[in-house]
Design a protein around this ligand. Structure first.
Ligand SMILES: Nc1ncnc2c1ncn2[C@@H]1O[C@H](COP(=O)(O)OP(=O)(O)OP(=O)(O)O)[C@@H](O)[C@H]1O
Ligand SMILES: [Mg+2]
Length: 233
């Protein structure tokens, strides 16, 4: 495909009519890239056109998705770019229904704004272990206090990851997250080797795992209000 052809068929992140979902948590290893793979796999299977942007230099999602999504995957470090520069530089295929964005851990407040500025919804994966949970809470408070969500009309949801059967810790997480009342809990993601196998073989996540969770994540995504900027404003 020629560069010109590609350019004609792409739209900037700020102007795409696709629903843009950011997977974010300042804590490392909580399952951000695994959630990216889970939701992308289910969207593709339902026939949606998905583009993926990986803001993490580790490029886990980029490497997983490259054989699957081909030229619909972009790895990009947004740290040194202004928001307007990001909007014009980052483009996705014009026919995309969804843009799924992975992000690194340990980012600055400035970076958080860069990751979130053009998105419609944010999913925060949380691990139920007390250590991980307490490491994630200050970040959740930061993003809520930053006013970014209300200012940009962004919806926020949680996924509780690595849940075992009859896991008491999960109830504790639900109890804690219920304090953030106006944010949704999409559901529980089980501890399952099949998530790791998807990365190992660079293939879609087994669709039988946590089917209900992924369906509810997709239903939630459909309801998001698309923040599409008018082209010539
Ligand atoms: N539900 C799960 N079942 C089994 N393994 C999981 C699950 N979720 C995550 N993992 C494993 O835990 C590790 C961390 O997950 P992942 O890479 O998705 O986290 P991350 O938040 O993207 O990490 P980082 O902050 O380094 O980008 C990986 O080895 C992944 O395969
Ligand atoms: Mg990751």
């Amino acid at each position: 495909m020629s560069l010109l052809h590609l350019k004609q068929n792409t739209t900037s992140l700020a102007h795409t009519s696709a629903k843009k979902l950011l997977i974010m948590n300042q804590k490392g290893g909580v399952g951000k890239s695994t959630v990216v793979a889970g939701i992308t796999s289910h969207l593709l299977t339902q026939g949606y056109k998905v583009s993926l942007i990986d803001f993490d230099a580790q490029k886990s999602s980029h490497d997983w998705a490259s054989p699957i999504l081909k030229d619909r995957v972009t790895a990009y470090n947004p740290s040194f770019n202004s928001l307007s520069m990001l909007a014009s530089k980052l483009s996705v295929h014009s026919d995309s229904d969804f843009v799924i964005i992975d992000s690194p851990s340990n980012f600055t407040l400035d970076d958080m704004t860069r990751y979130a500025y053009y998105v419609d919804g944010i999913i925060i994966p949380m691990a139920p272990s007390p250590v991980d949970l307490h490491a994630s809470l200050p970040f959740i408070k930061t993003i809520i206090d930053s006013n970014l969500l209300t200012r940009r009309n962004i919806s926020l949801s949680f996924i509780v990851n690595r849940c075992l059967e009859n896991d008491e810790r999960v109830d504790r997480v639900h109890h804690l997250l219920n304090h953030f009342r106006h944010f949704n809990i999409l559901g529980r993601m089980s501890e399952d080797d099949k998530y790791q196998q998807a990365f190992y073989h660079k293939e879609l996540v087994d669709l039988t795992v946590d089917k209900e969770l992924w369906e509810s994540a997709i239903t939630w995504s459909h309801q998001l209000k698309c923040q599409r900027m008018q082209r010539y404003q």
